[in-house]
Design a protein around this ligand. Sequence first.
Ligand code: ADP
Ligand code: MG
Length: 330
Amino acid sequence: ESVVNRIAAGEVIQRPVSAVKELVENSLDAHSTSINVVVKDGGLKLIQVSDDGHGIRPEDLPILCERHTTSKLSTYEDLQSIKTMGFRGEALASMTHVAHVTVTTITEGQLHGYRVSYRDGAMENQPKACAAVKGTQIMVENLFYNMIARRKTLQNSSDDYSKIVDLLSRFAIHYTNVGFSCRKHGATRPDVHSVATSSRLDSIKSVYGVSVARNLISIEVSDDDPSSSIFKMDGFMSNSNYMAKKTTMVLFINDRLVDCSALKRALEIVYAATLPKASKPFLYISIVLPPEHVDVNVHPTKREVSLLNQEIIIEKIQSTVELKLRNSNE
Ligand code: ADP
Ligand code: MG
């Protein structure tokens, strides 16, 4: 097993939360309606993600640990209009280089599932038949066991766990037709819990709490707005009664969880100018625009995006938020 592989894998999976993000996105790509996450020791001991999606075909199991193995991309044109979140075929392979990975999965119409474990970038044994319920369960154990320095920098497990909770909270309020849970191993109560098919506001309530949900105003750029030819947007923003020291900005573009620091800054400025005494905002914003207008971050660890027409889009969202804020404050 080469050190080069391990170093490359450590770039893709930088912290436990990066592994969780990749696993959850795979579950979403597999059309799951229920995704449950269990974490032990901030993710260093165990990350377990169980879903009820379409499963992995048995013939694909031996190649999961090979880089650039993906079932989601066949041509260069596909790359231009990526609809699923995974497309690099790098995440699972990387995990098998820096952790012990066990996959249990069953596809539609099969009588039994398969289980197989990987370590050091290879299968440990042939897939074994086993009992399985619908979907896939992936266990990532002893993350960075072969990267002593990395493990040392990740000693604060509560910090990593809160990053994972934050991530799942974001997914939960966007994918309202998917039920999410996240809990510490051995805990009976989940720290994130959302039921599928609840309304957006209800899922915000169950994930971020009543005090957040009751201070929200809905926003949108409607279809009859001239800007809607470039992009569509809807979401929720906090009103003048909301109190927080830190901005929470949950941003999805074409159903991908991303960051856009320019947009975040622009909206913080609007809040500070309009409500000088109020707190930093809570914002949930979902933007839809032609896929070819989004610069998809090919580097897996970066969530930051840049958009075509970014300035127009930011200005429009800024003025929409400002108008709502003024109206609600009168
Ligand atoms: P990518 O998502 O970029 O294709 P990954 O390394 O994340 O690459 O996953 C490799 C492949 O494994 C996916 O393309 C998919 O076919 C399969 N896979 C991984 N996780 C799941 C899952 N939870 N359900 C169904 N298929 C999965
Ligand atoms: Mg993936």
